[in-house]
Write a protein that binds this ligand. Structure first.
Ligand code: HEM
Length: 429
């Protein structure tokens, strides 16, 4: 098997049906992690609202996900009911995951979101571009000098940690542990956890919040520019309005640092690995980048379409969750009040009812209304920033190393929720 063929190994229809028939998100076979899409297709066609062994529901159709995302009154994001038994009362993971805005409903959600969005304006994001270009070019220089490296460690993962660190004003010297904390805390959202993962997740919340307590104390003394510094905004709260409590402030900072981290790493990493499987798309993209080289707006359009297609095709965040607070119906199936619902973004983004030839990577795809950033009141607050990072990182990488190639089969992260690679060694050419 060539390296490219090893990236997403084919799955036979009988095997996809076999996995689909016994699917349990708490116990997934290795070949599912490598290529879940044939299994998603079976579910979408046969049982798009699927009762899972633990009594929850798995949704795989685009239209059904949109219905749930739209109706935040019926489908709550508050996770106290699910997470209390999962993490244990009083545990750091419980406190963290039940205080962050993404796992809350209004009014806490609305208050925190407004503060974050105030610092992520179009102008504030545009102002980040020059620093991002310098950062990316510095990484590419190092890779060029070494003749290659690891697409994830040396490139994809090295970008978001700096960008998100800047957003909260974390000093450069303190950024080392951020990725490990983030992987451990978000990793604890996986459907099944080992005691070691649970312990690591709890320890990471404790260490992360201890670190942020000092950072917040310092920022209170020396406030930053509220137009750009999310932490200063969160500390100040709304003008004339309520302030966040100490715990709300710390846990939401942890969340922002995590949210922008692994997801964006996976966007960039998945894109560069995926292009190795699709050489004709790579050649066509390189040609479009070259053609638009002297026209900034045209180049932005080329890269914007490509980034959105990478997000659709290999969504970094594959699963989302809601809880029905009242009896309701989805896709013709009645759900009881209290029903737990898993939204399969990876499946919805390959739904042929929404996307023409959904299993084809088409980097010039138009009208690409994918759900990689979710939808509705919780839609990703960092989507413009993530798109900017993706555009700049991928375009500059490809311009520098148009003939890059993998030198070993890349190693997947092995997670159902966050889809990406841990390592992808490559030669820079
Ligand atoms: C490719 C990169 C990214 C992907 C795929 C992604 C995906 C998502 C998704 C699917 C949600 C919705 C969760 C739900 O509805 O349950 C979300 C929420 C969120 N994301 Fe992102 N994200 C990315 C990058 C970022 C970045 C760079 C930031 C940094 C600021 C960020 C901050 C947030 C925040 C604050 C929320 C919560 C919004 C709310 O609950 O109102 N994300 N993201």
């Amino acid at each position: 098997m060539t390296l490219a063929a090893a990236i997403t190994p084919a799955m036979t229809p009988p095997r996809a049906r076999e996995i689909a028939a016994e699917l349990d998100l708490r116990d997934l076979p290795q070949d599912f992690y490598a290529n879940p899409y044939p299994v998603y297709a079976v579910l979408r066609e046969r049982e798009p609202v699927r009762r899972m062994p633990d009594g929850s529901w798995l949704l795989t159709r685009y239209a059904d996900l949109v219905q749930v995302y739209r109706d935040a009154h019926t489908f709550s994001s508050d996770k106290k009911v699910e997470f209390t038994p999962k993490y244990g009362p009083g545990s750091p993971l419980l406190q963290h995951h039940t205080t962050s805005l993404v796992f809350n409903d209004p009014p806490l959600h609305t208050r925190v979101r407004k503060l974050i969005m105030g610092a992520l304006t179009r102008r504030a994001i545009a102002d980040m571009e020059p620093g991002l270009v310098t950062l990316v070019d510095g990484l590419l220089d190092r890779i060029e000098a070494a003749g290659g490296g690891d697409l994830i460690e040396d490139f994809a993962a090295a970008i978001p940690v700096e960008i998100i660190g800047n957003l909260l004003g974390v000093p450069h010297a303190d950024r080392g542990p951020l990725r490990g904390w983030s992987l451990a805390i978000l990793g604890a959202l996986e459907p099944r956890l080992t005691p070691e993962q649970q312990e690591l997740g709890n320890r990471s919340v404790v260490e992360f919040t201890a670190y942020l307590t000092e950072l917040v104390a310092d920022r209170r003394q020396h406030p930053g520019d509220p137009e750009h510094d999310v932490l200063t905004r969160l500390i100040r709260g709304e003008a004339g309005g309520e302030q966040l409590t100490g715990a709300e402030l710390l846990q939401n900072c942890v969340f922002i640092l995590n949210a922008g981290h692994e997801t964006t790493t996976n966007l960039i990493g998945n894109a560069l690995v995926c292009l190795q499987e699709w050489p004709l798309e790579l050649a066509a993209l390189l040609a479009r980048i070259e053609e638009s080289r002297h026209d900034r707006a045209a180049q932005e359009n080329v890269m914007a379409a490509a980034v959105d297609e990478f997000l659709r095709f290999e969504s970094s965040n594959q699963l989302g969750n809601r809880r029905a607070v009242a009896a309701c119906e989805v896709g013709g199936v009645p759900l009881d009040a209290g029903a737990l619902v898993t939204l399969c973004i990876g499946a919805a983004n390959r739904d042929p009812a929404q996307f023409r030839e959904p299993d084809r990577l088409d980097l010039a795809r138009q009208d690409n209304r994918h759900l990689a950033f979710g939808f509705g009141i919780h839609q990703c607050a960092g989507l413009s920033l993530a798109r900017l990072e993706g555009r700049i990182a991928i375009a500059r990488f490809l311009r520098r190393f148009p003939r890059y190639r993998l030198t070993q089969a890349p190693q997947r992260g092995g997670r159902a929720r966050f889809r990406g690679f841990l390592h992808a060694p490559f030669a820079a050419q």
